[in-house]
Design a protein around this ligand. Structure first.
Ligand code: GRF
Length: 197
C-alpha cells in the first residue's frame, strides 16, 4: 500500500475527494495514512475521523509564541509525518508555505493543489484574484493545477495536471468557486492516480 499524508487547513472537500476515491477503488493501492491540520476548526478533521484515518492537529502558534523559527515547526512536522511511513504528502487546502526543513524530508514527493493555472495568481487568494482580473476585463478563464513542490517556491513547481475553468458573465465569486472546487476534486484524484502509477 502507498501511504499518503493529506495536509489541510479548512473545509477539506479535496481531502474528501481523496477519501472517497480510496473507498471507491479509484486510487488503487493508496491509503490515507495520516491527515494533518494546522487549524483547530478545520472541518476536514471531522471528515478524516469519519473515514477512520489518523488525525494530527499541529498548530504553528506555539512555535511562534516561543519565538522559534518556522523551520523548527517544519522539521518537527516532517518527523511526525515520516513516523506514519508516508510516501507522498498531499497539500489539499493547506495554508502554510513549507521551508526546505520539511521539503527535504520528502524530495519530489510533495503534491500541491492550487486553484489557478501555472504562473498565475499564486498565494491564498487565487480564485478571488482571478475573479477580480476577469472583472477588469483582463482574462476570460482561470483554472486549476496540481504540481510538485521541489523547493520553497510558492505554487510554482513542475505541473502534474492542469485544467482550464471558464468564467461566465453572470458568475459571482461563489459560483466561480463552486465550479473550481468541482474541477479540483476530479483533477486532484486523477493527478494522484497518475503519480502513484
Ligand atoms: C481549495 O480551493 C484549495 O485549492 C485551496 O483552498 C480551497 C479549500 O479546499 N488551497 P478544501 O475544501 O479545504 O479542500
Amino acid at each position: 500500500m502507498i501511504n499518503l499524508a493529506v495536509l489541510i487547513s479548512g473545509n477539506g472537500s479535496n481531502l474528501q475527494a481523496i477519501l472517497d476515491a480510496v473507498d471507491s477503488g479509484d486510487l488503487p493501492g493508496a491509503r490515507v495514512a495520516l491527515v494533518v491540520s494546522n487549524r483547530k476548526d478545520a472541518y476536514g478533521m471531522q471528515r478524516a475521523f469519519q473515514h477512520g484515518a489518523p488525525v494530527v492537529y499541529f498548530p504553528k502558534l506555539p512555535y511562534t509564541n516561543a519565538g522559534r523559527p518556522r523551520a523548527d515547526y517544519d522539521a518537527d512536522l516532517a518527523r511526525i509525518v515520516q513516523s506514519f511511513d508516508v510516501e507522498w504528502v498531499v497539500q489539499a487546502g493547506w495554508m502554510h508555505i513549507f521551508t526546505d526543513a520539511f521539503i527535504r524530508a520528502f524530495p519530489n514527493r510533495i503534491v500541491n493543489l492550487h486553484p489557478a493555472l501555472p504562473g498565475t495568481f499564486p498565494g491564498a487568494r487565487g480564485i478571488a484574484d482571478a475573479f477580480d482580473a476577469y472583472r477588469r476585463g483582463e482574462i476570460d478563464h482561470t483554472g486549476v493545477m496540481v504540481h510538485l513542490v521541489p523547493d520553497e517556491a510558492v505554487d510554482a513547481g513542475p505541473v502534474v495536471a492542469q485544467e482550464v475553468v471558464p468564467i461566465l458573465p453572470d458568475d459571482t465569486l461563489e459560483s466561480l468557486e463552486t465550479r473550481i472546487h468541482a474541477v479540483e476534486h476530479r483533477l486532484l484524484v486523477s493527478a494522484l492516480r497518475q503519480l502513484l502509477g
